[in-house]
Design a protein around this ligand. Structure first.
Ligand SMILES: NC(=O)c1ccc[n+]([C@@H]2O[C@H](COP(=O)([O-])OP(=O)(O)OC[C@H]3O[C@@H](n4cnc5c(N)ncnc54)[C@H](OP(=O)(O)O)[C@@H]3O)[C@@H](O)[C@H]2O)c1
Length: 338
């Protein structure tokens, strides 16, 4: 089969380059164009590369284009990693031109006709695209992935919800600096420090979790920034609706699988949730690459009282929390609508 053609918006940023890295070795997709702001226009990918691994050789000399909606070619998928204020203008225009945009930006995530998808949790929401096209008169579509923290939180929550119900939830996060983009957090603000506030993040965790799980879950969230490069850690307390055996929770997390695993999609991790039983795991440096960055690692699983569960979850924020989740979503769309 011919590869599906993709175009990456925000290709000089942290998430954009995670897309490029993963798409360059993807069995179904290929990158046919890269765009960013005027500042990057005309530069080679190699000259603006910021990840620790080298740029994919076949794309190293590709030129970054200045983003212009009219010049985005008729590709199969546009992957968007733009600041949301830019995306909120550009993405609807691309969808109106007939392009399918799979996006990381926070604009439109809560619109009722916009799928907000973690493929293992709510793949059925991709059907909202039909309503979106009807309501907005678009030939294309905009599909969103949730906020990185929300995605990492919701993967272990889903089997807990399905087996025992969730009455109440408290989460405190320790989020990596890469979560704010390449120039998001000044080094002087974060080295030897912790910042106990991330603007808009707590509200996103609450609202997006309710949309993904389709429940009005009672959630209290505190989000903080810590001096870790990649990998968001989340301390979670869940009050379940029904009592549980701790070992059954560990088993439910380990056995959790979704449609991507059933369909054997190329970037689906074998296990979306990995349980570590050592008392000092998960840790960002040791665990962020589990499942190629696509698995969430859960540890410190404890029963504090009847119906009171505690655990620590960790996930790679620019892979499962961003580009990886979007690519998995696009794989699912390619399989559902070949
Ligand atoms: N980092 C994460 O963990 C994460 C997780 C989930 C979601 N997200 C979301 O994903 C998006 C990208 O995040 P990021 O971390 O990759 O940010 P980033 O490192 O700051 O990259 C931003 C990208 O957008 C481009 N850009 C900025 N203004 C533009 C404009 N006017 N026209 C065209 N391109 C423009 C930049 O190009 P230049 O280099 O040319 O300026 C760069 O390629 C954001 O909406 C973010 O909220 C990020």
């Amino acid at each position: 089969m011919d590869k599906l053609r993709t175009y990456v918006l925000g290709a000089t940023g942290l998430v954009g380059q995670r897309y490029v890295e993963a798409l360059a070795r993807h069995p179904w997709f290929e990158v046919v164009g890269l765009a960013a702001s005027e500042k990057s226009a005309g530069k080679t990918l190699a000259s603006v590369w910021i990840l620790e691994s080298p740029p994919p050789p076949q794309l190293a000399e590709a030129k970054v284009e200045k983003l212009d909606v009219e010049s985005v070619p008729k590709v199969d998928v546009v992957f968007s990693a733009l600041p949301s204020e830019v995306a909120s203008r550009v993405e609807p225009e691309l969808a109106a031109r007939g392009l399918t945009v799979v996006s990381n930006s926070s604009n439109m995530r809560l619109d009722p006709d916009v799928p907000l998808v973690v493929p293992e949790i709510n793949p059925e929401d991709l059907r909202l695209v039909e309503e979106q096209r009807r309501r907005r008169g678009w030939r294309g579509a905009v599909v969103k992935k949730p906020n990185c923290t929300t995605t990492i939180l919701n993967l272990p929550l889903k089997p807990i919800l399905d087996h025992w119900g969730i009455a109440k939830l408290y989460v405190t996060t320790m989020q990596a600096v890469s979560g704010a983009g390449y120039s998001g957090v000044p080094s002087m603000a974060i080295v030897d420090n912790l910042v106990p506030h991330i603007r808009g993040e707590e509200e996103k965790v609450v609202a997006e979790t309710r949309k993904i799980l389709k429940r009005d879950v009672d959630i209290s969230a505190t989000t903080t920034r810590v001096p870790v490069l990649d990998g968001h850690t989340e301390v979670v307390y869940v009050e379940t609706e029904r009592d549980f055996e701790l070992e059954s929770v560990a088993e439910a997390l380990e056995n959790f699988r979704g449609l991507p695993q059933e369909l054997k999609l190329p970037t689906a991790p074998e296990r979306p949730v990995v349980v570590r039983r050592e008392p000092d795991r998960p840790q960002p440096r040791l665990d962020r690459w589990a499942g190629g960055g696509m698995a969430v690692v859960v540890g410190r699983l404890r029963k504090l009282a009847p119906r009171r569960l505690a655990f620590v979850a960790l996930g790679h924020n620019t892979i499962r929390g961003a580009a990886g989740n979007s690519i998995l979503t696009a794989e699912l769309m390619a399989k559902m609508w070949p």
